[in-house]
Ligand binder design. Structure first.
Ligand code: ADP
Length: 487
């Protein structure tokens, strides 16, 4: 099959979260399985700064945004880690040559609708100009959700383009690309689509909704999240639309890139280790403690790496942090997000600086060092479409404490007596979203940590879990085949 992967973030070019990991890695497995893949991403400042060798193509075209034509230039490179995947960069410096992908600490960029309308339309135009014959366009999240809409409306008369099948993967339903009604005009779509059955959502234009309505296939990133988004609690207002189109929805868990995230070949950690020889893990703990100016004690070390936003359960952690500090443990937090959380967390540190390390930053190396050095990983998310960190934690033998939602529910098996006995347990789970329940669940983990034999058995089982991309990529291939009628 000929597949185009289109995303607003892709590792190693641009990343704010798990989306980038997924779209950077899935294509490598599609290529391994014998498919011809191409990729598209905006030419951000981060791409230019990365030093990646990109080549200017002799292709320039104009895309209208409302009444104004914007000139776009194409660049290309071979995708990092691939044999032969061409990644195309859409250049329009006015929109993409900025310090961040979507906004600053003060909020989203005001022209995000225009920025991603331009990206979506440019991808279609690039495919046309490059003469690529594509079977499937795989879109990700609201930033590319208009592509299925364009193909079935503006390009309905173009036999080659309109016959391309579209798959839209929802990585997080909370981000929908919701803009004021006036911005519908910028899309270039017929205003008749601004109705509640298509792109309108309670008086606003909703890009993701458009994608949900028009894509041939919808996926999301875990089976549990696919069920959850049909409920009021998780549907973010789109539950009725999802229910309407549920026959085209399925859940495929994200895989882990074990070339990046395995303690036995991780160059970012101080001591490599494996399930066969775990001795290096204790050395990583010492290294992490030293690096973060924590005493090198034997006390259990808890880690949390997360965007500091409500979704990730930061409120729960803050509610119990004083209580947690009364226990014999250390806690390392790495994250960046809402200013209010930065402030609250930083205010607590001086009281407990021998037990608590708060690192408000994005630091990939430190993320690896925490996975390797911590004993327990906290991920008490309110909702979690898939989550990658809990799967990384399994491989690093850093036992996850998670809330039973979305991908967390699909990947972590609670260490209750029965599961410990039959050796299926991999972590600790809680059902409700309550601070007391988080504390109770952490206490369960701390209690088991005291029995070395039980803890080691749990850790070994966690490290043996396999959430590699092979399985998930195979599921995508099956789905792509089904939409092409090749079952
Ligand atoms: P989400 O995509 O919702 O942010 P995931 O768990 O799916 O959550 O993916 C988060 C990814 O981003 C992981 O690779 C994680 O290690 C990384 N990450 C998140 N915050 C930071 C940070 N402050 N520093 C380094 N890496 C981070």
């Amino acid at each position: 099959m000929k597949i185009a992967e289109v995303s607003s973030e892709i590792i190693p070019y641009a990343k704010t979260g798990g989306l980038a990991d997924v779209v950077g890695t899935l294509p490598l497995y599609l290529e391994k399985a014998g498919h011809e893949v191409s990729m598209f991403i905006p030419l951000y400042k981060s791409v230019k700064k990365s030093g990646i060798d990109i080549k200017l193509l002799d292709i320039t075209f104009d895309i209208p945004i409302g009444d104004i034509d914007h000139t776009v230039t194409l660049w290309k490179s071979i995708h990092h880690g691939s044999e032969n995947i061409t990644i195309y960069f859409i250049q329009h410096d006015e929109y993409y040559d900025r310090d961040a992908l979507y906004g600053t600490e003060f909020g989203d960029y005001q022209d995000n609708s225009a920025r991603f309308i331009l990206f979506s339309r440019s991808v279609i135009e690039a495919i046309r100009r490059l003469g690529l014959s594509i079977d499937i366009i795989h879109c990700h999240d609201w930033q590319t959700a208009l592509i299925p809409v364009y193909l079935k409306t503006l390009f309905a008369d173009n036999q080659k383009l309109s016959s391309i099948k579209t798959v839209l993967t929802i990585h997080n339903l909370a981000y929908q690309g919701l803009f004021p009604q006036e911005e519908m005009r910028l899309t270039g779509l017929d205003m008749s689509l601004f109705n509640w059955k298509n792109l309108e959502h309670w008086g606003q234009v909703n890009f993701l909704k458009g994608g949900i309505v028009f894509a041939d296939i919808l996926t999301t990133v875990s089976k549990r999240y696919a069920e959850e988004i049909m409920t009021v609690e998780f549907g973010c207002g789109l539950e009725d639309v999802i229910i309407k189109y549920k026959s085209k929805l399925s859940g495929i868990i994200n895989g882990v890139d074990y070339t990046e995230w395995s303690p036995e070949n991780d160059n970012l950690i101080s001591h490599q280790y494996s399930v066969e020889d775990i001795s290096g893990k204790a050395l990583n703990k010492k290294h992490l403690q030293k690096k973060l100016n924590l005493p090198q004690t034997e006390a259990p070390l808890l880690g949390m790496i997360s965007r500091l936003v409500e979704q990730k359960g930061v409120d729960l952690l803050i509610a119990i942090i004083e209580n947690l500090m009364k226990r014999e443990l250390q806690l390392v937090i790495l994250g960046i997000g809402n200013e209010k959380y930065h402030q609250i967390l930083q205010e607590v540190v001086p009281k407990y600086n021998s037990k608590l390390s708060v690192n408000i930053m994005f630091d990939n190396k430190l993320a690896h060092e925490i996975e390797a050095g911590a004993d327990i990983f906290l991920m008490p998310s309110k909702y979690e479409p898939c989550g990658l960190n809990q799967m990384y934690s399994l491989k690093y033998g850093t036992i996850p404490v998670v809330r039973e939602t979305g991908g967390l529910a699909d990947t972590i098996i609670d260490a209750n007596d029965e599961n410990l006995k039959n050796r299926t347990a991999t972590g600790f789970t809680m059902k409700g979203y309550f601070a007391a329940e988080l504390l109770f669940t952490i206490d369960r983990a701390l209690e088991l940590y005291k029995s070395k034999a039980l803890w080691n058995a749990l850790r070994e089982n966690a490290m043996r879990q396999d959430w590699s991309w092979e399985k998930s990529a195979t599921k995508y291939v099956e789905l792509f085949r089904s939409v092409l009628g090749e079952e």
